[in-house]
Design a protein around this ligand. Structure first.
Ligand code: GLC
Length: 459
């Protein structure tokens, strides 16, 4: 079997049906049968990779059904006692259960998840997928339906309601996205902010231009603009910005302060100066009062390129960093989820001594094939076909041979993850979509400014 055939057959085998219709894909199908209970669910974020593959092949029904099922599940959610229901929350995952001869769907809103983490990114992925479904399938009716319009408004009202801060970013708890464990990623993690930007862009297309929607649409446009300026200004790091931070003054009060978050230069980690090439840059992992997380997180940076959050030159510098630091950021099996790993005391304090997240494993500097398509897409979008091809080729060799592991361990990603599932569906789907994008076209901006596949003209 070729890698393509093997990935395709895994994806097909992973499809979940409800009432005889395909509605999603399970997270993993480990042949040992030892797959952890929660991986039998369809995760919203994992399904995004499957959806990209299905849509690119004209198989739109499964995506449509998924979007509808997730929306219906969100309508059935109950608030915890003593809470007023936030109507815009989406489940992290769901599964079809058969009980007493009846078929039902059971959702997890973080109330069953390990560590009881809140899946903020599900809300954003749902909006992004709805937009992608609309533009790929040409079906504008689904999102125009009353129930979808109402859900989109509920989401926006929740996301844009006033919190305790005045920043345009979203304040979230630890583990609110792909890194769904304690990893010091609370506050304003980059990935969530970039998904938020993408979701706000999607809303432009999705919300009908009606008097009822007018105010919320205007707010979404303003929030998107201020979020983008904020990310470009405060999350961006290159050598010249590092020099500024290195010489920052502290304890500045008032509107004219330069070091607005009161970041102490002493917090710049030792590895950074040597590691950051002069002509490259990236978006840092997190910003908040007295805090800049200098770690490099792949998904946030690559999606920022794909969604046009960063300037073109910044996008080139991010991909340039991949080229310059290929061994550390791509390694043997694409792609490092973050760099560098937390070690020693930092690992103990920030992960809560989590053995799954020891240095250079899993979320803590492990390598995730599911991220491959975002690197391939981002590299192509700045005309670096050479790098896209290189990543794809490396993945092709490793992933099919190793039976689509969830993640790899080690500084260079040469070891199959100690506790990783095999037959992890988004590893296969991520590869399939990367392959499709590389051979069939480019990821270009859609009307909303988010990614869309533009078929290559054969000549
Ligand atoms: C792990 C990952 C999460 C993923 C889930 C299912 O919990 O951290 O991102 O959605 O597995 O694959």
């Amino acid at each position: 079997m070729t890698p393509l055939e093997s990935a395709r057959s895994l994806l097909n085998a992973s499809i979940i049906e409800y009432r005889g219709e395909p509605v999603g894909t399970v997270a993993a199908m480990d042949p040992s049968g030892l797959v952890a209970d929660n991986y039998q669910d369809c995760f919203v974020r994992d399904f995004a990779a499957s959806a990209l593959v299905f849509l690119s092949q004209g198989e739109t029904a499964i995506v449509r059904n998924f979007l509808t099922v997730v929306m219906e599940l969100h309508q059935r959610r109950h608030a915890a006692e003593g809470h007023r229901l936030n109507r815009g929350v989406m489940p992290a995952s769901f599964r079809v259960v058969h009980e007493k001869g009846k078929e039902t769907i059971r959702a997890d809103f973080g109330d069953r998840a390990i560590g009881r983490v809140t899946p903020v990114d599900s809300i954003l992925w749902w909006l992004l997928l709805l937009d992608l479904y609309r533009s790929s399938s040409g079906d504008a009716e689904l999102s125009a339906g009353d129930d979808f319009q109402c859900t989109i408004r509920e989401i926006l009202e929740m996301l844009m309601g006033e919190g305790f801060e005045e920043f345009p970013t979203l304040l979230v708890p630890d583990g609110a996205f792909m890194i769904d464990r304690r990893m010091g990623v609370y506050g304003h993690p980059l990935e969530v902010q970039i998904l938020f930007y993408g979701a706000l862009s999607a809303v432009d297309d999705l919300l009908l231009d009606t008097p009822e929607n007018q105010l919320i649409r205007e707010l979404a446009v303003k929030r998107r603009q201020s979020l983008r300026s904020y990310i470009r200004m405060y999350y961006w790091l290159d050598l010249s910005r590092l020099n500024e931070i290195h010489r920052f003054n502290n304890e500045e009060f008032g509107h004219d302060s330069v070091n607005v978050f009161n970041v102490y230069p002493e917090s710049i980690p030792d590895w950074l100066e040597e590691w950051l090439p002069g002509d490259c840059g990236y978006l840092v992992g997190n910003i908040g009062p007295g805090r800049m997380d200098f770690r490099f997180f792949a998904a946030g940076n690559l999606l920022a390129v794909l969604f046009g959050v960063v300037y073109r030159q910044q996008a080139e510098h991010i991909i340039g960093l991949y080229e310059a630091r290929w061994d550390e950021l791509v390694g043997a099996a694409p792609l490092k989820i973050c760099y560098p790993a937390l070690e020693g005391k930092e690992w103990r304090l920030l992960t809560g001594s989590d053995p799954k997240n020891v240095a250079w494993s899993y979320h803590n500097g492990g390598s995730w094939p599911a991220l491959l398509y975002s690197l391939v897409g981002a590299a192509l979008s700045v005309n670096r076909r050479d790098l896209a091809g290189r990543a794809l080729q490396q993945a092709e060799v490793a992933l099919a041979r190793d039976n689509w592991p969830e993640y790899y361990d080690g500084r260079s990603g040469r070891l199959i993850g100690r506790r990783a599932n095999l037959c992890q569906v988004w590893s296969a789907a991520g590869y399939l979509y990367a392959h499709h994008v590389y051979h069939k076209g480019q990821l270009k901006k859609s009307e909303s400014g988010n990614w869309a596949l533009q078929e290559r003209q054969e000549n």
